[in-house]
Ligand binder design. Structure first.
Ligand code: DC
Length: 227
């Protein structure tokens, strides 16, 4: 594959986007862009600053005074917030929910747009999030929308959180996942929804490998048609 594509992967919480996107990027020798981590980092800053999630003026001011950068370290993406590595701190249930809430604010989305587009400037990227194919990269070469039933997504999230030492019940996770889906899909700006020209991939009952192979096949199929 000569041309270095922009590949987008959107989908709801717990759909397996991160794992699958990272593996897809590695299979294509592309860069992996985790845009949720950018929203999470801003949410962490809002939380540490003690701002209310609906304090639009305060959050807008905070956005313009924030430096966020992603970098690769030993095959994993790490995130720097104002120069501090916050990779682990942003993976809590509280920050998940706050990220979903503050991501509905136009100032927050605008602040992160340039960071995302800059990362994809030379192509060769798998960008993962909620609005990659619809808003951030409408001209992307291949667009995926990855989904799975809410029970399966919650179970995956619950296992992930437990592995990181968070004591939460499966019911709590299911409640959070459903609430976050609703918040992410019903917001006015850049709501979570499949792009009309995208490929829908349902991962319910499939292994990660099966899903990645299906997606790799779609990207390679596009490349071979372009020859
Ligand atoms: O993918 P994630 O769970 O790390 O994302 C956390 C929240 O950030 C998610 O609930 C909504 C928001 N988000 C967004 O609005 N747009 C994106 N491109 C990525 C994440």
């Amino acid at each position: 594959m000569k041309k270095r594509y922009v590949v987008t992967v959107d989908g709801p919480a717990g759909s397996g986007k991160s794992t699958v996107s990272r593996m897809l990027a590695s299979g294509l020798s592309y860069v992996y862009l985790d845009t949720g981590a950018l929203y999470r980092a801003l949410a962490l800053k809002v939380s540490v600053a003690g701002l209310d999630a609906d304090d639009r003026v305060g959050i807008a001011a905070l956005c313009s005074a924030t430096d966020i950068a992603l970098f690769e370290c030993e095959g994993a993406t790490r995130i720097l917030l104002d120069g501090r590595d916050v990779t682990e701190l942003i993976r809590t249930p509280e920050i998940s929910m706050l990220a979903s809430t503050v991501s509905a604010l136009p100032e927050v989305r605008q602040r992160l747009l340039a960071v995302q587009r800059e990362a994809a400037r030379s192509g060769g990227i798998v960008a993962e999030g909620r609005d990659m194919g619809t808003v951030v990269f409408p001209g992307a070469d291949v667009k995926f929308f990855l989904t799975a039933g809410p029970e399966e997504r919650s179970r995956r999230r619950w296992l992930e959180l437990r592995a990181r030492g968070h004591e939460v019940s499966l019911d709590e996770v299911l409640r959070d996942v459903v609430r976050r889906d609703r918040q992410d899909s019903e917001r006015v700006i850049a709501p979570l929804r499949p792009s009309e020209d995208g490929v829908l991939v349902d991962s319910t009952g499939k292994t990660i490998d099966e899903v990645v192979q299906e997606m790799l096949g779609a990207v390679r199929g596009k490349a071979s048609k372009a020859l």
